[in-house]
Design a binder for this molecule. Structure first.
Ligand SMILES: Nc1ncnc2c1ncn2[C@@H]1O[C@H](COP(=O)(O)OP(=O)(O)OP(=O)(O)O)[C@@H](O)[C@H]1O
Ligand SMILES: [Mg+2]
Length: 166
């Protein structure tokens, strides 16, 4: 499959499950850029990823801390750029070094400073669907690795069974 892929969840629980399925596919230095309004489900998806990576404890929204780091099978760098006003503030959180530190980085409001994002990132745009709890996820891999990740994740989520988890 080529070009953007869309998939829909109908509950918070299902979004977290989609996150767990994505976690199985992640590799060091993968970058996920999450876009969507307040309450779209960005943090919910990252909580599922964290759970799948074996992160213990609650994964809080990083809105106020900007960056929270969690340790699991891979290190999960969870960022929220909502409160940043300017791209140069990314230096304050060691943004560029963090992306290349061997963990996985999930960036909420990652569409805010497009020029600062790495070339190869999986863009996940979340919008509300018809029902109150429907969320539509549009995936766009901007480079070879993220395009492969988008395809594999969409495949894993189209399987209503176990999602192919080992
Ligand atoms: N299908 C769904 N997937 C995810 N969340 C859902 C879904 N249906 C309803 N919700 C609700 O939407 C909200 C999503 O909140 P969440 O904190 O994940 O959003 P967010 O995109 O991170 O917002 P913010 O920009 O404030 O960080 C929660 O209250 C959750 O219960
Ligand atoms: Mg959030």
């Amino acid at each position: 499959m080529d070009g953007p892929v869309a998939m829909t969840t109908t509950s918070e629980v299902q979004t977290a499950e989609f996150g767990r399925r994505l976690s199985d596919l992640l590799a060091p230095d993968d970058v996920l850029s999450l876009a969507g309004d307040l309450g779209a489900g960005k943090t919910c998806l990252v909580q599922g990823i964290a759970s799948g990576l074996g992160v213990l404890g609650h994964v809080a929204s990083p809105t106020f801390n900007i960056l929270l780091v969690h340790h699991g099978r891979l290190t999960l760098n969870h960022m929220d750029l909502y409160r940043l006003d300017r791209a140069d503030q990314l230096e304050d959180i060691d943004f560029f070094a963090t992306l290349e530190s061997g963990g996985v980085t999930a960036i909420e409001w990652g569409d805010k400073f497009p020029a600062s994002m790495p070339d190869d990132r999986l863009e996940i745009a979340i919008r509300r669907g018809e029902g109150d709890d429907d969320r539509v996820f549009e995936l766009d891999g901007t480079g070879p690795r993220s395009a492969e990740l988008a395809r594999a994740w969409a495949d894993a989520c189209s399987d209503p069974g176990g999602g192919g988890r080992a």
